[in-house]
Design a binder for this molecule. Sequence first.
Ligand SMILES: Cc1cc2nc3c(=O)[nH]c(=O)nc-3n(C[C@H](O)[C@H](O)[C@H](O)COP(=O)(O)OP(=O)(O)OC[C@H]3O[C@@H](n4cnc5c(N)ncnc54)[C@H](O)[C@@H]3O)c2cc1C
Length: 502
Amino acid sequence: MAASTDETWAEDGWLHLRLHLAGSGLTWADLGWMEPRRPAWNTVAVLMADATPTADRTLDSAPGSDSDSRPGSAPDIWRESARDLPVIGRPDVLVVGAGSAGVTAALASARRGADTWLIEKLSHVGGLAGFGLINLLLTLDDGEGEQVVAGICQEFVDRLDSQGAAQHPQRGDWGSTDPRQIEQWRKWGLIWGAPPEAVRYSVAFEPESFINVAYDLLESAGVRLRLHTGCAATSSVDGRIDTVIVESKAGREAIQPSVIIDTTGDGDVFTHAGADAEAVTVYPYQWFRMGGVGDLGIDDNSDVGKTYFRTTNAGRVLVPWGGPGFAASRVNPLDPDDLTRAEIECRRAVMAEVARIQQHAPGFSESWLDDISKQMGITESRRLVGDYVLQKDDENRAFGDSIARTGHWTKRGVVYDIPYRCLTNPVVDNLLTAGRCISTSRFVHQATKEIPAAMATGEASGAAAVAALDRGGQVRDVDVAALRRDLAASGAMVAGDDHLKT
Ligand SMILES: Cc1cc2nc3c(=O)[nH]c(=O)nc-3n(C[C@H](O)[C@H](O)[C@H](O)COP(=O)(O)OP(=O)(O)OC[C@H]3O[C@@H](n4cnc5c(N)ncnc54)[C@H](O)[C@@H]3O)c2cc1C
């Protein structure tokens, strides 16, 4: 049997190797290693008896397709009748999705004087960084001691610091290879990647405080926030979205913004509007927190920093459960039936893990389950195919239209400058994208999806949306040099001279 290597990429502590196995019916495999929680699993291979690449399988398993054999699935069509919807507003800028990217996008827009609306389908802001319990900012540096993300992300860290709701190494320690310091920060979940390891500028934070900071800043910036409201559809005329249709307890309503920013994580808006995307299936995660934890024995070789992390609250730990080897199977994040299956499966597995920890882990005999993440841990679903797709080869490369930067949480000395063109697309004139669904390859997504990077592209998109208002909402006509100056003047890091190839 002939095998050829197609692609490798890292996904949350695992290195994946995609193989094409010619003539076997097994077309690719995931080979997991680097798993810090169970080193013994290092050579587990997951063979996928599936003849289509991941992205194609997403489409094959769509409800109503031939391969969909679920009972009750109905391929029939029912034509919805036309009806009049109330137009509830015509804001300058509408941000859809209030995760870390959406909150920063809305702040950057409103602070520049634009009438800014932010809608969110759930009952709270923050997304994965909030009650998704992904409460680690990885990372704000380049792995060698230099900060590469600042701006509104740094403002959050400063606010969290002032409330005692963040823990992170101090500036003088960034890049340190002192083993004692590395072990100290590993226990907070802040050390990742292959040796040689170093202390990073990464931050462990308390999610309730992160959400409170977001509400305070949104309110003081004058953002009009609407929770419990999802984007259901868009209507376009001549390559421009003229109406966004939202759905809530109030029914279906229309919003007619000048510029829209898609920060849904899943690219819901750009998909409705017809922009191209790549989509994948992933192993789900369901992080959870345990309270009432006793002495963890954190000075020895305990599981702190491997199976679970310290948090800013005494007696509480964060358990990063999920992924390959833990979750039973991949999930299609764009299929609500598959998501429902995964939610229930993961919850049951989490409960079993809680019981196991309570019985066997030192310090947990009196502990209880504090909370399970309220947003399933989906690392990736759709990625925009924008005006530029950031590639692995672009690491440490200077771009004239760079509007944000990010380091890499598992690699030192790797910085991606993110071109403005990763936020724009050739199909929709008045739409920007920010956060985990911007236009990158799957490999680079590992860096750009992280919370500091999502906040950096969010901030850039908010500033760009305001700049586009003077150009009839045409986001591709923005003067990018002026945008870069504007962002830099407000404290964001758009590009530096260090590390840059060209
Ligand atoms: C298991 C896991 C571990 C990770 N580990 C880390 C880590 O340690 N450190 C780190 O920095 N990053 C980590 N990441 C990545 C990071 O958490 C996310 O990529 C980042 O938070 C994405 O932010 P976002 O705002 O782009 O998307 P999200 O946080 O997903 O926010 C999107 C928001 O849009 C809303 N929304 C979606 N669709 C609609 C709609 N149609 N209408 C209205 N609202 C909508 C959602 O409800 C959500 O609030 C991890 C991710 C996962 C899943």
